[in-house]
Design a binder for this molecule. Structure first.
Ligand code: SF4
Length: 289
């Protein structure tokens, strides 16, 4: 049975079977990218919305998303394209499912080029988790680079080294979610791998890709000053080793999707954690406050 090695789940997939991410499918001999070119969202966004605050500030970027995700965050802000029942219907190509629009890589790059007069600098892969369909990211990015424009990846950073090494030559900047600095959060709450995410961030920074990191603060889960101190220290040391300042976005949680048992993060907590992070990092930004 073919095995997918894009992420730590290592799904064994029978012919026709979808992976946990709902974006990849087994055939008789291999695992293929089933959401390739299937676009669910396309919009010209301010680059700060990714969020990237230190990469071509005040510009716009054509942002594209498909469907599927390899994590199961109960607080997901994009559940309608990540892993809800709607996504299962989309992945199974049910007639009643939300329709996607197929866009060839060179066509998408051409659309980005046409938007230059509106301040567009390139293409951002975002909305759902782009790495579960990394082949499309790679192919579009190659076309975008041919046109002299920029590429941005907004990701949970959960993919293996081989996938990342294929993408790094054609990705200019990324924002990676480092969702917590404790393994209980990663293992039990979202079904992820903190180590794989940190390895992803480390490789990107060492390669010389512009990296910014986001951490969503959820009351009672990842909001201790001690944890923020460790997270910021890791990023500070990595940045120092690579000769860069890695910006950190500390953002406020609002109840949604399956996590409605608590209120929004206290704004004072966000500012206090920003102060902790500033002991290690030059650029720390409070988000959603
Ligand atoms: S990318 Fe998808 S199919 Fe591949 S191992 Fe991860 S969850 Fe499974």
């Amino acid at each position: 049975m073919p095995e997918c090695n894009v992420c730590f789940h290592h799904c064994d997939l029978k012919e026709g079977q979808l992976g946990l991410c709902l974006a990849r499918r087994g055939t008789a001999t291999e695992v293929v990218c089933d959401n390739y070119g299937q676009v669910t969202g396309l919009a010209l966004d301010p680059i700060e919305k990714k969020p990237l605050y230190h990469f071509h500030p005040h510009s716009y970027i054509l942002s594209v998303g498909s469907y599927g995700c390899n994590l199961r965050c109960p607080f997901c802000q994009n559940s309608e394209i990540s892993y809800s029942d709607t996504v299962k219907m989309m992945a199974k190509k049910e007639a009643s499912a939300r329709q996607t629009r197929y866009i060839e890589p060179d066509v998408l790059a051409g659309l980005a080029y046409e938007e230059r007069s509106n301040g567009n600098i390139g293409v951002a892969f975002t909305y759902n988790e782009p790495l579960v369909g990394y082949e499309y990211v790679r192919d579009v990015a190659v076309e975008v680079k041919k046109l002299g424009m920029h590429t941005v990846l907004v990701t949970n950073g959960t993919a293996n080294a081989q996938v990342e090494e294929e993408l790094l030559p054609v990705i200019d900047a990324m924002n990676v979610d480092l969702k917590a600095f404790n393994d209980t959060f990663y293992d039990r709450l979202i079904g992820g791998s903190r180590q794989m995410t940190m390895d992803f961030i480390t490789r990107a920074a060492e390669y010389g890709c512009h990296v910014e990191v986001t951490c969503l603060i959820i009351p009672g889960e990842n909001d201790s000053p001690d944890e923020m101190q460790k997270l910021a220290s890791y990023l500070g040391e990595l940045g120092a080793r690579c000769g860069v300042d890695i910006p950190l976005h500390i953002t406020r949680f609002f109840p949604r999707f399956h996590m409605t048992d608590r209120g929004p993060t206290d704004v004072g907590v966000i500012y206090a954690l920003c102060d902790v992070a500033r002991r290690h990092l030059k650029y720390v930004h409070a988000g959603n406050v």
